[in-house]
Write a protein that binds this ligand. Structure first.
Ligand SMILES: Nc1ncnc2c1ncn2[C@@H]1O[C@H](COP(=O)(O)OP(=O)(O)OP(=O)(O)O)[C@@H](O)[C@H]1O
Ligand SMILES: [Mg+2]
Length: 754
């Protein structure tokens, strides 16, 4: 049938991809939430109630806080020069201190000092509801283990149990990126929380001091040991130097070592002696020269600054002058002249004698000088040989002395450190100090009423919204006409609202009485008559319009329309009856056939007393006009289906030539033939009869029929090509409203029920 819209989607993938795109639709989400608001309100209420119960049951806890600062400054003063300065006190150091404060060791020392092992809050059964629950559970497990004979580990002692509770209630954290550490302790008793927070701070301070004391003490002991070692070493080194000097005959004077000094002194003496020898020699040589020519050149004799010689020479020169004068005047042989000459001879002799004496003197001077020089030279040479031998010893000595010096310096350094260490030991300074002492809290810290209530509401909302949205997303059914069109591709001809006023059709069933009277009384099957302005009637009208649109005047196209669905109970019989009624009301000759051979519900509801019907018509036992029952209100003719038992060969019957002939005859006699069929998926009837049908109207139950089964039904050959459209039945209009807000508020004003 070319006119019938060929639009059936059997492909499940298509259906699911359409659903995915729809899931992104915020409007759809909002509609889902509104539709399931009961779920949202319910969950929120439940969690709020839970929060209130918790607030009523929970034991109030009080939190006291103390603050400690890791004091980089004091540390820097003490360690000046030999320890990292304040700048290197870094994050990890503060974090380590946090760990130390939160450590079990600190907890144990506080527990011991405050005697918390006898405090029921620490060793008794848990006071919180959750704690009690856990306690019961663990006791139960332990009891079962006992009963089964399973070995249990040793029970924790009171202190360990107290540590466990203590750790739970203690919070230690660094404040931002500062050096401040906040210590918090919560307890049921505000005074106790204050006491414990302060005790923790004090315990930490003590531990810091103790640690420092221990460290310096250990360092002191070590330094002491080292000191005595080094002292012994220094003494040994000094002694070695002294012994070496003695052994090598090295004497220290103020001006250096003995050998060196002697050497330089001798050297000076030697050069002096040599000078003296040279001088004596010079004098001797001159005296010798003069002796050879005693009264000759005056310069030579002048050199010998001797008064006797000078005087004799003057006399001689005087006599020589007189003698030359006399010899010229009285002749050289004159006795006076001779006497003068003799006198001169004597003087010469005297000079010679004198010169000899002086020369001898010089001779002896020279010898003495020579001997002295020799002696000094000899001892100098001896000393030089000595000092050569000494130079090796000197090197060794230098070595010994420098090692002695360094040992002594080391000793002095250690001594100084040792003094500092003992000083610190006697007065250790902490690197931390308490900034704020804990005070008694005035208000409870937990549970925080507002937070718990808000949390309960928020969580409930989240769960509710999640459930609503998830329910909608996971739902495999159809909620809106758009859903139907997107998933099936067939046009959705409208929604059939759930008829509330309708009483079940069975209430009108009556046994006995006239067979030709329809029980068209206020049942869902006649709703279009009872409420012609309802939305239900409007949808049925739309179905008729869609059928008419496929008909061409004068032809017999789309005369036989079957109403079917995928599964039973979706509302096909109700839809078929209403459609037939509505068409009949327009004055057209209309036949409604109950062709659902299995259930025959239309017959049961509309003509329970009928004795003959479709089967007789197929068997040509009576004319159609004699078999059909006419509704007095709409002039609708109804062909029931009556059978004493179940019909075995339904499919054969449906596909039989007699069915074909029968429908052809009906097509000729009636303007509209509406056929109520069995559902497509469970039985084959609809498929068998499909080729005699012009168009199929599919009924899908709103939010009930699975998309998969609809897709399966619409994929059946013969039906797929003949689908005119789909209606959603049994729709809750109030819930659908959320999907139809886009249509405006006045949209529903056109419909009136009843
Ligand atoms: N729009 C409606 N509002 C209220 N009730 C309805 C509506 N449509 C159908 N029903 C009720 O649902 C039940 C099943 O309807 P109906 O018999 O029409 O479905 P069906 O698909 O023909 O079922 P079957 O497969 O059993 O023949 C009936 O009780 C009917 O009254
Ligand atoms: Mg039915």
């Amino acid at each position: 049938m070319p006119n019938v819209k060929n639009a059936v989607i059997s492909d499940l993938d298509n259906a699911s991809s359409a659903r995915e795109s729809a899931s992104l639709d915020l409007g759809r989400l909002w509609a889902a939430i509104k539709r399931r608001r009961g779920l949202v309100v319910g969950w929120t209420g439940a969690f709020l109630a839970l929060a209130i119960v918790y607030l009523l049951l929970a034991t109030p806890m009080f939190l006291a806080t103390a603050q400690i600062i890791i004091d980089a400054e004091s540390d820097a003063v003490m360690h000046k020069g030999d320890a990292p300065d304040a700048a290197t006190i870094d994050t990890s150091l503060v974090d380590s201190q946090v760990e130390i404060i939160a450590s079990d060791a600190t907890a144990r020392s506080v527990i011991r000092s405050l005697g918390l092992t006898s405090d029921p809050e620490f060793v008794g059964p848990s006071s919180t509801a959750v704690g009690r629950l856990i306690g019961w559970f663990t006791d139960g497990v332990a009891g079962m283990q006992n009963a089964l004979g399973i070995q249990q580990g040793p029970l924790p002692d009171a202190e360990s149990r107290a540590v466990e509770v203590f750790d739970r209630n203690l919070t230690v954290r660094r404040t931002g990126l500062t050096y401040v550490i906040t210590i918090g302790f919560s307890s049921q008793d505000p005074a106790k929380s204050e006491r414990i927070a302060n005790a923790v701070a004090d315990a930490y301070m003590d531990s810091v001091l103790n640690a420092k004391y221990e460290a310096t003490k250990r360092a002191g002991t070590w330094l002491q040991n080292r000191l005595s070692d080094i002292r012994a070493q220094a003494t040994d080194a000094d002694r070695a130097v002294e012994e070496f000097k003695v052994a090598n005959n090295i004497v220290d004077t103020n001006r250096g070592l003995m050998n060196q000094q002697q050497l330089s002194e001798l050297n000076t003496q030697y050069s002096l002696a040599r000078a003296a020898t040279a001088e004596a020699k010079a004098k001797l040589d001159r005296a010798e020269d003069i002796r050879k020519n005693p009264l000759g050149a005056s310069t030579v004799s002048d050199a010998i600054n001797d008064p006797v010689i000078s005087r004799l020479r003057a006399q001689y020169l005087d006599l020589a002058a007189k003698e030359s004068d006399l010899s010229t005047r009285i002749g050289p042989n004159h006795y006076s002249t001779i006497a003068l000459r003799n006198h001169m001879q004597e003087i010469r002799k005297s000079v010679q004698d004198e010169l000899n004496r002086i020369s001898d003197g010089y001779q002896s001077d020279y010898r003495i000088a020579q001997e002295r020089e020799l002696a000094i030279g000899k001892s100098l040479r001896g000393l030089v040989t000595d000092s050569d031998a000494n130079s090796l010893a000197q090197v060794k000595l230098k070595d010994l002395e420098s090692s002695a010096d360094s040992t002594r310096a080391l000793y002095n350094d250690f001594l100084q450190r040792y003094q500092v260490a003992t000083q610190k030991q006697s007065f250790p300074i902490a690197d931390a100090r308490i900034v704020t002492k804990a005070t008694e809290p005035l208000r409870k810290n937990s549970p925080k009423t507002l937070l718990v209530l808000a949390g309960g509401i928020a969580f409930g909302l989240m769960v509710g919204l999640g459930a609503a949205i998830a329910g909608d997303m996971l739902s495999d059914t159809f909620a809106t006409p758009q859903d139907v069109e997107a998933a099936t591709g067939a046009p959705c001809l409208g929604v059939l609202p759930l008829i509330k006023t309708a009483r079940p059709a069975t209430m009108f069933r009556r046994r006995g009485g006239a067979t030709n009277l329809l029980l068209f009384q206020n049942g869902p099957e006649t709703y279009v008559l009872d409420a012609p302005f309802s939305r239900f009637a409007e949808t049925i009208r739309n179905v008729k319009v869609s059928i008419d649109a496929l008909r061409t005047p004068g032809s017999d196209a789309c005369r036989i329309v079957a109403v079917t669905s995928s599964v039973p109970g979706e509302g096909k019989s109700t839809t078929a009856a209403n459609l037939a009624q509505l068409v009949a009301l327009t004055g057209k000759r209309t036949l409604l056939i109950d062709c659902d051979l299995s259930t025959r519900t239309l017959t049961a509801r509309l003509a329970p007393n009928a004795k003959v019907g479709l089967l007789q018509a197929l068997a040509n036992m009576a004319p159609l006009s004699a078999l059909a029952i006419v509704d007095p209100r709409s002039r609708l003719e109804f062909l029931p289906c009556v059978s004493p038992g179940r019909i075995l060969s339904r499919a054969d019957l449906m596909a039989s030539p007699s069915m074909s002939d029968f429908l052809a005859a009906a097509r000729r006699s009636y303007d509209y033939v509406i056929v109520d069929l069995a559902p497509i998926v469970p039985v084959v009837d609809a498929r068998a009869v499909a080729e005699f049908i012009d168009g199929f109207l599919m009924v899908i139950e709103w939010r009930a029929t699975s998309r998969k089964v609809v897709a399966e039904a619409l994929s059946v050959d013969g039906i797929r090509e003949r689908v005119i459209g789909v209606t959603l039945s049994k729709v809750n209009i109030r819930q659908l409203k959320h999907h139809e807000e886009y249509r405006g508020k006045g949209f529903g004003a056109y419909y009136t029920d009843g």
